[in-house]
Structure formats: structure tokens, C-alpha cells
Write a protein that binds this ligand. Structure first.
Ligand SMILES: [Zn+2]
Length: 274
């Protein structure tokens, strides 16, 4: 391939122990490779756990507004306040999808947290999801899209084929998708970059790790080592983000928007819901 010089670079090894700032250069080079191939490097932004108009939520909305980057809020149906819908009225571009039902852990013995965990009676889990979907449809009307983002990004695979029958058109979890349509009528579009270090500090995961995750997914797509058509998803959690998270997000948005290859999509575009 003509673009071999960039894809052939051992990027991980190169980044080790070198001066700070290489991650941004790597991102720039990766985006240049997309531009050289006349391809749009499409990204999308999902933020999880919204229930009400907290100061952090308002900060998030302001960031989307200032940057004109489409924001998709994965909202927890149970406990979501009408006040959230009222605040969103001022920001018409923000879309809403469904983040489980109650965000309660029903995880099993493996210790992994999951609301839609294996072993739960399917009718119970699906009944909750349908109730949640109806509630979000009522609260958010036209800005709600029937896309399920399972809490902790985990869902019992046995539930997936039943999602279209429960009214869902999309599924958004984490990691490069294995299938664009995991069940007939259900499109999957995941996130690939989580900027919070959940296992460690619960603060910012760090520039190097965050940028490496973005560059890796873009490079895999460009080389067709992952589904080239899956938009690269940036996952945020406004309620727990520290200053470093916010600063990184603002810088990422400014830098990507300045690059000719980048297109930021909303959830409708990212998951082909139109
Ligand atoms: Zn969550």
C-alpha cells in the first residue's frame, strides 16, 4: 500500500519513553493518512450516566455547544428528571439514547458488573428495557433514538437477538464491533476510547493512553484490520471527569476539528439510523 510508511511504524514502541506530545503527532499523522486516501475519519461522542442537569452536565453541554461537536447522551431511564429534558430544550443538537434501565448491577460470580447480565430472566430484563424506552420517548420525544448502551458496556449475548422486538434499532457497547448487524434490524456502533481510568485513579487515563486508543482504532480501520465503516467512538462520563479529562477533551476537539480529514458524527449518522 502507498501509505505503508505510516502504518509500518511501530508506534507503541516508538512512544515509549519519548518526549511528551508524541501522541498528538501520531494522531496528526494518522489523520493525514486518512486525508491522503481521500477518506473521512469519522468520530462520534457518547457520554454516559446522565439523569439530571448537574453542573457537570451543563459543562458538557457548553462544550458541545462551543465546539459544535454533536453530543449523544446515554441516559438512565429510572430516576431521570424532567429537568434534564427541560435543559436540553436549549441545545437542539444533543441526542439521547438509552443507558440500561436502573443502572443496577446484576453481575454474576465472575465479579464483572452488568445490569443486563447473563442469568437474569430475559423477560425481566427486556421488560425493564421496554419500560425505559417508553419513558425516554415520552421525556425526550424527537431527540431520543432507540439505541441501547448497556451499563458497564456488557450485555448477555442471548438478549441481543430480542432487542429489535423490544423496539431497539441500535446497540452501543465498547471495543471494535464484531458485526455491524448483530441481529436483523439492529445496528451496532461502539465506543473505542474511554478517557477515565476506572481501574486506577478514576481520573484521566492520561494523554498517551487516550491518544493511543484513538490512533489504534483509526489505524485498524484504515488498514481494514477492524470494520472500516465503524465510526471511532469517544466515551466520556461527565459526572466523574476531573480537570485533566475536561482539558484533554477540549484539546482533542479543537485539534480534530482543525484537521481536514475529521468528521464528527451524531448518533444517527454513526449508527446509520437515518
Ligand atoms: Zn454507566
Amino acid at each position: 500500500m502507498e501509505r505503508a510508511p505510516i502504518s509500518a511504524l511501530p508506534r507503541r514502541a516508538m512512544g515509549k519513553g519519548t518526549a511528551a506530545g508524541n501522541g498528538w503527532r501520531d494522531l496528526e499523522e494518522e489523520l493525514d493518512a486518512w486525508a491522503d486516501g481521500d477518506r473521512a475519519a469519522d468520530l462520534w461522542w457518547r457520554d454516559d450516566d446522565a439523569r439530571g442537569p448537574t453542573p457537570a452536565l451543563r459543562r458538557l453541554l457548553a462544550l458541545s455547544d462551543e465546539t459544535s461537536i454533536p453530543l449523544t447522551l446515554a441516559v438512565v431511564p429510572l430516576g431521570t428528571e424532567i429537568a434534564l429534558a427541560q435543559v436540553l430544550e436549549a441545545v437542539p443538537g444533543v441526542k439521547v439514547i438509552q443507558h440500561g434501565y436502573a443502572h443496577v448491577n446484576h453481575g454474576g460470580a465472575d465479579g464483572k458488573k452488568a445490569e443486563l447480565a447473563a442469568g437474569r430472566p430475559a423477560e425481566e430484563a427486556l421488560g425493564e428495557l421496554i419500560r425505559g424506552r417508553r419513558r425516554l420517548t415520552d421525556l425526550f420525544d424527537g431527540r431520543f433514538h432507540a439505541v441501547l448502551a448497556p451499563p458497564w458496556n456488557r450485555i448477555d449475548p442471548l438478549l441481543v437477538p430480542a432487542l429489535p422486538g423490544a423496539g431497539f434499532r441500535g446497540l452501543s457497547a465498547f471495543g471494535a464491533r464484531q458485526s455491524v448487524e448483530p441481529a436483523p434490524g439492529l445496528i451496532q456502533g461502539n465506543c473505542h476510547v474511554d478517557i477515565v481510568d476506572w481501574r486506577g485513579s478514576r481520573g484521566f487515563v492520561g494523554e498517551e493512553a487516550a491518544l493511543a486508543a484513538i490512533v489504534d482504532h483509526l489505524a485498524w480501520r484504515r488498514r481494514c484490520e477492524a470494520d472500516a465503516e465503524e465510526a471511532t467512538g469517544i466515551l466520556t462520563h461527565h459526572l466523574v471527569m476531573d480537570d485533566a479529562c475536561w482539558a484533554f477533551l477540549a484539546t482533542l476537539m479543537a485539534r480534530t476539528q482543525a484537521h481536514r480529514a475529521v468528521r464528527w458524527l451524531d448518533v444517527e449518522e454513526a449508527l446509520w439510523l437515518g
